[in-house]
Ligand binder design. Structure first.
Ligand code: ADP
Ligand code: MG
Ligand code: MG
Ligand code: MG
Length: 414
């Protein structure tokens, strides 16, 4: 049920509505006549405004009561802004500097005022344009490890973590989108699906594969039932903004408690899709160098994830799980135990990765890496490789024990 005070802002009404909010006026300037407001939302769900004034700029993100991509025929609760706000606060705490600073939250208006990232650009756009980002893998690996570890009972007090699980369990409608669109819709002829026509035979074959579908449902069960840590929930290259040397994570409205390997798996999938789509975006001379750079980002992300997780394991294991007293007095057993835990996280990540690759080609929300390839005679074979690699990751998860093994297989499907 919507708060009576809610009304969607427009570029025309925003200044009058927000000029009284000190957190905004302090940063933009106190005279709303001198503000300039632009709606820049390019996502599937929300309004996003850049507000600029004599003192500076902020971003205003406001939820709409429906799915923007589809229209008001698909209602979506405004409370997701509440969860996005709470996720941003926790992410800032667990990995300082990784997300935009939040200046103001208005629950009734489903509105968050935050730091305007500039000259940052959406990473997916940079990957399509062939631009490199220094330190990207290290940043993302750290972000995933820190949020995974510090949001779990490896680190958190049990009472705090369980209270947080209860809080985020209220974010019902948004994970329901993931549950359907990511895990189920790709594998049958769901109403909102679409795919490139030339893929018809490949898609028919894929949907006949019972083992594949049941494996995806098994991962859905893990996604819906595990509360290992607070996941970002939508960590793709469209939720990362970068300059040539600096990156941030945005848009955690899909936050929920879920498996430790979820974010890192979804993220890896989005880099693999960038990799596989490159032949359509690069000249022959630039192709190999840029594709290898993307693979090196995946490798660095995953290596940093493991390193940072182990560092936190050794220095911040203050929660209920794997208490230090059980292991620390036995030579090597602590590191071995962490390695074993990481191996399990990795296996989940590989399977989530394959599923994300499928859904971005077959379900509702495709990604620009493939979608901007207008010539379907070029797009379809690249998408077919993407589907085949996804299938390989889902069915042969156990054979892909290391990031290096993953990269080797990715090269075979290129
Ligand atoms: P949605 O939930 O609708 O996907 P996002 O949070 O992803 O909305 O924002 C949509 C777009 O708005 C982003 O792709 C980006 O271009 C821009 N944007 C969002 N947050 C910021 C920010 N803090 N700084 C600069 N641009 C932003
Ligand atoms: Mg977004
Ligand atoms: Mg498509
Ligand atoms: Mg979003």
């Amino acid at each position: 049920s919507q708060d009576a005070r809610y009304s969607p802002l427009t570029a025309e009404t925003l200044a009058a509505q927000l000029s009284q909010v000190a957190a905004v006026a302090d940063r933009v300037g106190s005279d709303p006549d001198k503000w300039s407001v632009k709606e820049v939302g390019d996502g599937n769900l929300n309004l996003v405004f850049i507000v600029e004034g004599p003192k500076g700029s902020v971003i205003v993100k406001q939820a709409l009561p429906y799915v923007r991509l589809v229209g008001d025929s698909w209602p979506l609760p405004l409370y997701r802004a509440f969860f996005e706000y709470h996720a941003l606060i926790r992410e800032a705490d667990r990995d300082p500097g990784a997300v935009p600073e939040v200046f103001h939250f208005d629950e009734a208006q489903a509105l968050i005022v935050m730091e305007f990232l500039s000259p940052h650009k959406i990473l997916r756009r940079k990957l399509i344009d062939g631009e490199k980002v220094e330190g990207l893998g290290a940043f993302l690996g750290r972000f995933c490890a820190r949020t995974a570890f510090r949001g779990s009972e490896l680190s958190m007090k049990s009472a705090d973590k369980k209270q947080d699980v209860a809080l985020f369990a209220g974010n019902v409608a948004i994970p329901a989108i993931t549950e359907a669109l990511v895990f189920t819709d790709p594998y049958f002829n769901a109403q909102m699906n679409h795919h490139t026509a030339e893929l018809d035979p490949v898609v028919a074959e894929l949907r006949k594969n019972v083992k594949l579908k049941s494996r995806a449902q098994r991962m859905l069960m893990k996604f819906a039932s595990n509360t290992e840590t607070m996941v970002h929930g939508d960590l793709h290259s469209g939720s990362i903004m970068s300059t040539a040397t600096e990156s941030r994570v945005i848009d955690p409205e899909f936050v929920q408690y879920g498996p430790l390997g979820f974010d890192i798996g979804m993220l890896t999938a989005n880099f693999l899709m960038a990799y596989l789509s490159q032949p359509a975006h690069r000249s022959a001379e630039a192709l190999e160098d840029y594709q290898e750079w993307i693979l090196s980002v995946i490798e660095e992300t995953l290596a940093t994830f493991d390193e940072e997780f182990l560092r936190l394991w050794k220095s911040e294991r203050t929660g209920m799980l794997y208490p230090a007293s059980l292991f620390e007095d036995q030579d090597q057993s602590s590191e071995e135990t962490c390695a074993e835990l990481l191996a399990g996280i990795w296996q989940d990540a590989v399977a989530f990765c394959g599923i994300e690759m499928h859904r971005r080609t077959l379900s509702l929300a495709h990604n620009a890496d493939f979608e901007t390839i207008e010539n379907t005679a070029i797009r379809a074979p690249l998408e077919a490789r993407n589907l085949a690699l996804g299938t390989e990751l889902i069915l042969n998860t156990g054979a892909i024990r290391t990031p290096r093994a993953l990269l080797e297989i990715a090269r075979q499907f290129n």
